[in-house]
Design a protein around this ligand. Structure first.
Ligand SMILES: Cc1cc2nc3c(=O)[nH]c(=O)nc-3n(C[C@H](O)[C@H](O)[C@H](O)COP(=O)(O)O)c2cc1C
Length: 360
C-alpha cells in the first residue's frame, strides 16, 4: 500500500458509532483507582489525552466487588464509582472521542485480601498457578469456591446492572472481557471448568455463561453497543482448553446473528490462525490486537483481515498515537515500571504529546 493511502485513517462503522480512524486503544489496567474502586481526576485526564483514538476501550472494571482481582482497580457498582466514570466520559466526549467500558470479572484470579476476606469464586474449585497483586504485594493464589447455580444467576445480573450503570455514566458501549483467563474464560475452558451441570461439560455447557452474560448486557445496552474480547490459546492465568479451535468456533458461531458491535480477538503467539477460523463466522466489526505495529496494522487492514486494529502499550505511552502514525514520528517508549503503579501521575498522564516532545 502506498504511503498516505493508509486505511488506518479511513472511517469505520462499529455498532452505533462511526469511528474517524481504525486505531483502537486496548483495554489496559492501570491500578490508579482508590481503595474503594473509584477512579481519580487523573483518570479523566489520561483518557481525554487519548481521545484521538477511533475508539477507547477502558481498563478492566469490576461489575461487582467480588469481581475485583487486582489492587487499585476501579469498579462500576457504587454511586461514587459511577460519578467518577461520568467525569471520564465527559472529558473524552469533550475532546471528540468515543469510549467503551470493559467489564472484567476476575473470578479465581484474585485473593481474599482484595475481597474483604471473601474467597474468590470460579466455575470449579481449581487454583490457578501464580500470584495475585494485593495491597500487601504479590501473594499466592488460593483455591477458589465453586459458584452455585443461584450465584451464577447473580453474577450474570451483576453484569446486567453494571452495563446499565456504564451507559448511565455516558459510555458509548460495553465490552465483555472474555480473554486472559478471567471468569468468562474460566467457564469457557475445559481445564478450569469441571462442572457437571448446565454450565459445564460439553462446549455448549461451558459457553453458556459467556452467552448469558452477553445476553444480559445486550438487554441493557442494545447489541450495537456491546462487544466481546477473546484471546484463544493465550494460556494466561493457567487457562488451558483441551480443544480451543472447536471451543472458539462454537462460541463465535453463537455470536453470529446477535448484532453485536464487535468481536475483539487478541492473539499472543498462537501458532494456529484463529483470525482465519473466526472472522468468517462473525457478522459484526472484527478487531485484531496483540503485538501490532503501524506497519503490521496497515497490512492487516490492506488484506481485509480486520475492520480495526487495537494497540495497547503504544497507546499507553503515546497519547497522540494516531497523529504520530500519520506523521511517521518517533514513539515514546512504554515504562513497564509504572504500568500498575499506585495512584501517581508518573507514567500515567505525563507521557508527552508530539508538539510538547519536540519543543522539550
Ligand atoms: C499495562 C497493561 C494492562 C492491561 N490490562 C488489560 C485489561 O485490563 N484488560 C484486557 O483485556 N487486556 C489488558 N491488557 C492487554 C491489552 O489489552 C492488549 O491486548 C495487549 O497489551 C496487547 O497489545 P499490545 O501488544 O499493542 O500492547 C493489558 C496490557 C497492558 C500492557
Amino acid at each position: 500500500m502506498e504511503r498516505g493511502m493508509s486505511q488506518l485513517f479511513t472511517p469505520v462503522r462499529i455498532g452505533r458509532r462511526t469511528l474517524p480512524n481504525r486505531l483502537v486503544m486496548a483495554p489496559m489496567t492501570r491500578s490508579r483507582a482508590d481503595g474503594d474502586g473509584v477512579p481519580s481526576d487523573m483518570t479523566a485526564t489520561y483518557y481525554a489525552q487519548r481521545a484521538s483514538a477511533g475508539l477507547i476501550i477502558s481498563e478492566g472494571v469490576f461489575p461487582s466487588a467480588l469481581g475485583k482481582g487486582y489492587v487499585h482497580t476501579p469498579g462500576i457498582e457504587t454511586e461514587a464509582q459511577v460519578a467518577a466514570w461520568k467525569q471520564v466520559t465527559e472529558a473524552v466526549h469533550a475532546r471528540g472521542g468515543r469510549i467503551f467500558m470493559q467489564l472484567m470479572h476476575c473470578g479465581r484470579v484474585s485473593h481474599p485480601s482484595l475481597l474483604n476476606g471473601a474467597t474468590p469464586v470460579a466455575p470449579s474449585a481449581i487454583k490457578p498457578e501464580g500470584q495475585a497483586r494485593t495491597p500487601a504485594g504479590q501473594v499466592d493464589f488460593v483455591t477458589p469456591r465453586e459458584l452455585s447455580l443461584t450465584e451464577i444467576a447473580g453474577v450474570i445480573d451483576d453484569y446486567r446492572q453494571a452495563t446499565r450503570r456504564a451507559i448511565d455514566a455516558g459510555f458509548d458501549g460495553v465490552e465483555l472481557h472474555g480473554a486472559s483467563g478471567y471468569l468468562p474464560e474460566q467457564f469457557l475452558s475445559s481445564g478450569s471448568n469441571q462442572r457437571q451441570d448446565q454450565y459445564g461439560g460439553s462446549i455448549q455447557g461451558r459457553a453458556r455463561f459467556v452467552l448469558e452474560v452477553l445476553a444480559a448486557m445486550v438487554a441493557e445496552a442494545g447489541a450495537d453497543r456491546v462487544g466481546i474480547k477473546i484471546s484463544p490459546e493465550m494460556n494466561y492465568n493457567s487457562i488451558i482448553d483441551a480443544a480451543p479451535q472447536e471451543t472458539y468456533a462454537y462460541l463465535v458461531d453463537k455470536l453470529r446473528g446477535l448484532g453485536l458491535a464487535y468481536l475483539h480477538v487478541a492473539l499472543f503467539g498462537a501458532k494456529f490462525d484463529y483470525h482465519a477460523l473466526l472472522r468468517p463466522r462473525f457478522d459484526g466489526a472484527y478487531l485484531i490486537g496483540g503485538g501490532l505495529t503501524q506497519h503490521s496494522a496497515e497490512g492487516v487492514l490492506a488484506e481485509g483481515k480486520a475492520d480495526a486494529t487495537v494497540f495497547g502499550s503504544a497507546f499507553l505511552a503515546n497519547p497522540d498515537l494516531p497523529e504520530r502514525f500519520r506523521q511517521g514520528a518517533a514513539l515514546n517508549t512504554p515504562d513497564r515500571n509504572t504500568f500498575f503503579a499506585p495512584p501517581t501521575a508518573n507514567g500515567y498522564i505525563d507521557y508527552p504529546a508530539l508538539a510538547v516532545a519536540e519543543v522539550a
